[in-house]
Every structure is written in C-alpha cells, then in structure tokens.
Design a protein around this ligand. Structure first.
Ligand SMILES: [Zn+2]
Length: 400
C-alpha cells in the first residue's frame, strides 16, 4: 500500500476497527431499527517527541553553548506543531538532577520545565514530564540508602558494581524506601499545573541480556542469563519470594529456568507501577505513559499488565539488527499482548532516528501505522534535522 492509499483507508476507519478488534466495517453494522449506526470516530492519531535538556558544561571541558532563548523555544514548538507533533516529553529528571523547581532533589542550574511549559502549551502541544524512575545517580544517596539499591545474582549492589555503565545504579522496586522515593517524585511532578501527564522511563530492572547490537559495543557475549546482570536478590526480594513461592532465589542452580522467579520480578515492577505510581498520578488528574522495551522479558518489564494510559515501546530497530518490518511486527505484537490482557492502553511506536535518512524515517512511520500504532514517538528532537522533519511531515500528513 502506498502512502496515499494508506492515508485513505486510515481515514475510512481502519484504525478505529483495529483498536477495537472488530473486522473492518463491523463498527458500522446496521442498528436494530434498520438505520445505519454511525461508525465510531477513529481514535485520534498522536505523535510525540522526546526532548533532552541542554547539556550542562563539563568541569574542565569546553564552554557549553548558551541554552536556547525563550524565542528559540517558541520557534521550535511552532515548528513541531507545524510538522504534526502533538505532544512533547521533556526529560525533567535524569536520575541525577531535576530540571524543574523540585523542593527535594538536586537541581540543575535553571527551571527548564518552568520556562518551556507555558510556551509549549501556547503552541497547543501536550506536555508529558519524562522522569527516570529506578536508577539513582545522586552520590549522597548511595551512602545514605544502600539498602534501596538492586542486588545482582552474585550478591553485589548496583552501587558498587553497576552493570554495563556507571549510571546503571538501579533501585529495587520492592524496597519501601525506594518506592517512597519514586512516589515522592511522582507526587511533586504531578502537582505542577499545566502538565498533561507523567512519563516513566527506566521503570524496570537492568537488562539481564542487552540488545544484540549493543553487545559488541560493551565487548560482551550474552548467550544466556549471567548472575552479574541478573536482579534483584536483595534481602527484601529474597524474603518476599520465599514467602510467596517457598524458595530463596539465591539457592536456585539456574534462576533463568524458574518461571516463578521470573514472574516475581515481572510482578515486582508491575505492582510498583499499578499500585504505587498510577494512583498518585490519577489523583492529580495526570495521564501516565511509559517508555518500554520490545524484549520485555530481558528487563523484567511485563508492560502489557500495566494500567498506564499510553505505552511508548522503544522500537529502536538498529539496536536489535531489525528493519522496518521488525518495527511493524513489534508494534503489532505489543498491541496484541495489551488486547489479550483487556487493557485500554494506547500504543505509540518509539523510533530511533539517530542514523536515519529521510526515506528510512518515512518507512518506519508507515510500518508503525501498518502495525496498528496510534502514532509515533521520535527519539529525539536533537537528532532531527530539516530534511527528516520534511519527511516526517509528509509521512504523517493526512493521518495527523
Ligand atoms: Zn530487591
């Protein structure tokens, strides 16, 4: 199907039918009185973009470029809106510093969110605050709250031996102190007037197996699950597993084959999201969304069990040696899993544009819609250029 045909069929209600699971045309079946019932309006297509803050100067490094002015942000938001973007995801907490006026977290030099929120809203963009959830890279916390942090299958804390990279200092979803620390952030962020929603990123355990294309980058071969990347074996998790399933996971000869121990980890993250975080956001009238993995088992992130409003799987094809059809297939698989769980969560395909030519971006967008996505999410604003935006606008016009 070429783009024009695709847009035409989309307008005829294919998206709405796909979202309800009805065969195309079934939604417009005859009403009991013999008149034709009006088909439900297709669900609104929505496109998003992740926005990282301006990098802060590195001590001893070259001077940092000045942050964008208010006029520059106005120009950028007008450009986004003109190119069929409906929502922005500014990263306002990166695990180290708050880029908003937090009352308890270490803060970056400026209140970035305070600056851009009214400007984005004036342009008609929704604003969903992007928050790093589990990793904590605030050094004072490592000493003060060691017990909050994930422990691997060798009994090593993520404070001392973070997996892969320094910032992989994840906290545990079952430690009450860690839960409270995350909830406190959600509470504070969701109290900000004018925000539409909160976006949970890094809401998971570390990858027990990382994406195939990233393994050579780290010089590792992960042909199975190794204990140094496998979490969480802290005292609270071990005791809770013993209570629920009758065994201590530390004593398992091959933890990877225990379905109960897998479920325990999946449920730990799901409980944090559904029982602790979403109720806080809902109470404040905010929507919830999450950045998730297509290979969800590897990060213990069974996101099709979550009650978030929106899910934004990071379908970064090149991390997995995938192509555009891989994006379509994972879009479809995610929607199918949500439907099996009878969730109303709407799915948007997260696209990595770092190495793309415009024609490649067009193809990824078309395949995302073909897989049934409600829209796409671009990672990230910094990687986009005029040619990519022109392709984006063309691929999304008529469906936006
Ligand atoms: Zn734990």
């Amino acid at each position: 199907m070429n783009k024009r045909e695709f847009v035409k069929t989309l307008g005829a209600g294919i998206v709405g039918a796909a979202a309800t699971g009805l065969p195309v045309g079934a939604a417009a079946a005859a009403a009991p009185d013999g008149t034709s019932a009006a088909p439900p309006p297709p669900e609104r297509v929505m496109n998003w973009v992740w926005i990282t803050p301006t990098p802060e100067p590195v001590p001893g490094g070259p001077p940092a470029p000045p942050p964008p002015t208010v006029d520059e942000w106005k120009r950028r938001f007008a450009m986004l809106r003109a190119n069929n973007i409906h929502a922005i995801l500014p990263e306002i907490y990166d695990g180290r510093k708050a880029h908003y006026a937090s009352g308890f977290l270490p803060r970056a030099a400026d209140d970035w969110l305070g600056t851009i929120l009214p400007l984005a809203r004036a342009e008609g963009l929704e604003v969903h605050a992007w928050m790093v959830s589990m990793p904590c890279n605030i050094p004072e916390m490592w000493a003060q709250h060691r017990d909050w942090f994930d422990v691997n299958g060798r009994g090593e804390s993520s404070v001392d031996k973070p997996a892969y990279v320094d910032h992989y200092r994840f906290t545990c979803p079952n430690q009450p102190g860690s839960q409270d620390f995350i909830k406190k952030r959600v509470e504070e962020i969701c109290s900000i007037d004018g925000l539409d929603g909160i976006h949970f990123d890094y809401i998971r355990h570390p990858d027990v197996v990382i994406a195939q294309a990233l393994q050579p980058k780290y010089g590792i071969v992960q042909d199975r699950e190794y204990p140094e990347y496998d979490y969480c074996y802290c005292d609270v998790c071990r005791a809770a597993c013993r209570k629920q399933y009758g065994f201590d996971p530390m004593t398992l000869k091959d933890p990877a084959v225990s379905a109960e121990w897998r479920d325990f980890r999946y449920d730990s993250v799901t409980n944090l999201v559904n029982r602790h975080l979403i109720p806080v956001a809902r109470k404040k009238g905010k929507k919830t969304s999450a950045a998730t993995f297509p290979n969800w088992e590897a990060v213990r992130q069974r996101w099709h069990h979550w009650d978030v409003d929106y899910v934004l799987p990071m379908l970064y094809h090149n991390f997995y040696y995938g192509d555009a059809n891989w994006v379509r297939d994972h879009t479809r698989a995610g929607i199918d899993r949500l439907r099996e769980q009878k969730k109303h969560t709407q799915l948007f395909s997260g696209l990595y544009v770092g190495d793309l030519y415009p024609a490649g971006l067009t193809r990824l967008i078309e395949k995302s819609y073909e897989g049934g996505a409600r829209g796409v999410v671009i990672f990230s604003l910094r990687q986009m250029n005029d040619r990519l935006w022109a392709a984006f606008k063309d691929a999304t016009s008529g469906v936006a």
